[in-house]
Ligand binder design. Structure first.
Ligand SMILES: C[S@@+](CC[C@H](N)C(=O)[O-])C[C@H]1O[C@@H](n2cnc3c(N)ncnc32)[C@H](O)[C@@H]1O
Length: 292
C-alpha cells in the first residue's frame, strides 16, 4: 500500500523492525529511507522467504539483520535489536505470494497439495492434523469462529463423515468435501464455498490471532518514544484486534492512534494488485509512558 511509507515515515538513521519481511517489498523501501546510518531487522516464520529477502536487501546496504521466528515474541525482538528501541514497527499480515502459490504449502484449494498451511515450513502441527483429529463439534466451532462460516456445522459433519473412509490428506480432497456440503446453492455463491473453511484452518494452525494480540500488546515495550507501529490486516478478525488493541493502548496512555479509520488501498492499487482488495492499515505512535 502506497500509504504505508507515508504514514510510518521512516527517517534517516532510524531503527526499523519489519515483523513480516516476506520478499522484502516493504523492507527494501524502508532500508532505502533510513540510509546507511539506520538499521533494519526483518523477521519471518518462512525461512525460504528470508533467503530471498536477504538477496534483495543486500542490493541496498548491509545494515540489516534477518531472523527466522515469530513476531509474537517481542522480548526476543528486543534482544535481537541489542537493546535498542525501534522507531518503526511494521506487520503486513497473512501469507506471502509464494506460500499461497506453492501447492506444497497447502494454503490454497486452487492447487492440489498436502493439507499443511504452516507458515513455518518445519511446524509439525498442520491443517491435516486438525481436520483428521478434532471432534465434529470442535471442528464446527473452529470453522465458525475463524472462518465466520454460517454452514460450519454442516461442513464439519461432511468432513467427519468423509474421514471415516480414510484420512483427508490434500487440499482438493477437502475442497471437494466442502463443495458437496455446500450443495447447489453454495456453488452459486460469490466466493468458493471452501474459502471460509480454509481461512479458519490457516488461522488456527498458525495461531494467527494470538500472535497478533501478543504483538499489539508487546510492541510498546520495544518502541522508542515517538516510534510508529503500522499493521496491515486482511480480514475483520484481525482488524478488530488491531483496532481494539490500539484503542486500549491509547486509553492507557501508551500510544496515540494516528488513523481514526483504517486506510484502504486506492482503486488503482486494488486493480493492479487484487490481493490488496481487503487490506486495512492502522497506525499508532508510542508516547513517553512505558519503558522509555
Ligand atoms: C503478506 S506477507 C509480507 C509481504 C512483505 N511485506 C513484502 O513486502 O514482501 C506476510 C509474511 O508474514 C509472515 N508471517 C505471518 N505471521 C508471522 C508471524 N507470526 N511471525 C513472523 N512472520 C509471520 C509470513 O510467513 C509471510 O511471509
Amino acid at each position: 500500500m502506497a500509504q504505508v511509507l507515508e504514514l510510518l515515515n521512516p527517517l534517516a538513521g532510524e531503527v526499523i523492525v519489519d515483523c513480516t519481511v516476506g520478499f522484502a517489498g516493504h523492507s527494501v523501501a524502508m532500508l532505502q529511507r533510513v540510509g546507511p546510518e539506520g538499521f533494519l531487522l526483518g523477521i519471518d516464520l518462512d525461512a525460504s522467504a528470508l533467503k530471498e529477502a536477504g538477496d534483495r536487501l543486500k542490493l541496498v546496504g548491509d545494515n540489516f539483520d534477518l531472523s527466522c521466528g515469530n513476531f509474537a515474541r517481542t522480548e526476543g525482538i528486543f534482544s535481537l535489536l541489542g537493546g535498542r528501541r525501534a522507531d518503526v514497527i511494521l506487520a503486513d499480515l497473512g501469507v506471502n505470494s509464494q506460500q499461497l502459490d506453492d501447492a506444497d504449502c497447502g494454503f490454497s484449494f486452487s492447487h492440489d497439495g498436502p493439507l499443511r498451511m504452516t507458515m513455518n515450513r518445519d511446524e509439525p502441527r498442520d491443517a491435516a492434523e486438525l481436520v483428521n483429529t478434532l471432534g465434529e463439534r470442535e471442528l464446527a466451532d473452529l470453522i465458525f469462529r475463524y472462518g465466520q462460516e454460517r454452514h460450519s456445522r454442516r461442513i464439519a459433519r461432511f468432513i467427519c463423515r468423509a474421514r471415516q473412509e480414510g484420512p483427508i490428506r490434500t487440499t482438493r480432497q477437502l475442497a471437494g468435501i466442502i463443495l458437496r456440503a455446500a450443495g447447489p446453492a453454495g456453488r452459486r455463491q460469490r466466493i468458493h464455498p471452501a474459502t471460509r473453511t480454509f481461512q479458519a484452518l490457516r488461522i488456527a494452525v498458525n495461531r494467527e490471532l494470538e500472535n497478533l494480540e501478543a504483538l499489539v500488546s508487546g510492541a510498546k515495550d520495544i518502541l522508542a518514544h515517538g516510534g510508529r507501529m503500522g499493521i496491515i490486516s486482511f480480514h475483520s478478525l484481525e482488524d478488530r484486534i488491531v483496532k481494539h488493541g490500539f484503542r486500549q493502548l491509547a486509553k492507557d496512555g501508551y500510544m496515540e492512534v494516528l488513523t481514526r479509520s483504517p486506510v484502504r488501498p486506492s482503486e488503482e492499487e486494488k486493480k493492479s494488485n487484487p490481493r490488496s482488495r481487503s487490506a486495512k492499515f492502522r497506525v499508532a505512535r508510542c508516547l513517553a509512558k512505558g519503558n522509555n
